[in-house]
Design a protein around this ligand. Structure first.
Ligand code: 13P
Length: 257
């Protein structure tokens, strides 16, 4: 019922020329994939050029953050209307690297989510616990707190327009992914949180897993009932590896002759 979505978060990597080359390679490898939604998130400076390469194709473009005001005296910021104007359809918000290095709070992320929705961008909202929080048995409480803080103010119809990504902080960039069952357990919690607020929305809402996803583990992760796709960091910088991850999301019924 839920279409898989595989998103590549390029983080702070690649020049504009390198980003264009990667987008062209991905288009070549994945342009015909119909069963999985595909999205790439280059740096702000490469968005326009990458969007030009991918315009009119099945590959969508997302930003990695935005500021909630549409315009004004906000040196160094980029707003939702600017992102839609260059062809973005989505935006990653609340990534743990934003929370950790740039002090993004739940309240700020919530404002960013509202601004994205107001401009018609799909927010991909990230939540996830640290290793210390997991070891202390606080995973469910932390995830609940992050969901409440970032999404608690949304109406059911707004919730319908978002994607949630579970990215355990201890799995990001470490090479150690959460196990499929471990990730599924948290995804089920997230879906239950949405169901409690918007029962009519929860079954259709897409939940992505992120944290050391690669071609060798993606099929097992995406095979879990509440894992509807992946948010891929490091492995999304390699076109062949990312293409293999996307293809692992194609439902088995579509790959049989
Ligand atoms: P890695 O795939 O490099 O672990 O990064 C995950 C991530 O942070 C995606 O947003």
């Amino acid at each position: 019922m839920r279409r898989p979505l595989v998103a590549g978060n390029w983080k702070l990597h690649k020049t504009v020329a390198e980003s264009v080359a990667l987008a062209e390679e991905l288009l070549h490898l994945l342009g015909e994939v119909r069963e999985v939604d595909i999205l790439v998130a280059p740096t702000f400076v490469a968005l326009d050029a990458v969007a030009r390469v991918l315009r009119g194709t099945r590959l969508a473009v997302a930003a990695q953050n935005l500021f909630w005001e549409p315009a004004g005296a906000y040196t160094g910021e980029v707003s939702a209307p600017l992102l839609t104007a260059v062809g973005c359809s989505a935006v990653i918000l609340g990534h743990s690297e934003r929370r950790q290095h740039f002090g993004d709070s739940e309240a700020q992320i919530s404002r960013r989510v509202q601004a994205a929705l107001a401009s018609g961008l799909t927010p991909i909202v990230c939540v996830g616990e640290t290793l210390a929080e997991r070891r202390a048995g606080r995973t469910a409480a932390i995830i609940g707190q992050q969901l409440e803080g970032t999404l608690g103010a949304l109406t059911p119809s707004e919730l319908r327009s978002i994607v949630i990504a579970y990215e355990p902080v201890w799995a990001i960039g470490t090479g150690v992914s959460a196990g499929p069952a471990q990730a599924q357990e948290v995804h089920a919690l997230i879906r239950a949180w949405v169901r409690a607020r918007a029962p009519e929305v929860s079954a259709a809402l897409r939940l992505l897993y992120g944290g050391s996803v690669k071609a060798s583990n993606s099929a097992a992760l995406l095979g879990e009932p509440d894992i509807d796709g992946a948010l891929v960091g490091g492995a999304s910088l390699d076109a062949r590896e990312f293409a293999a991850i996307v293809r692992s999301g194609v439902p088995a019924s579509c790959t049989q002759p």
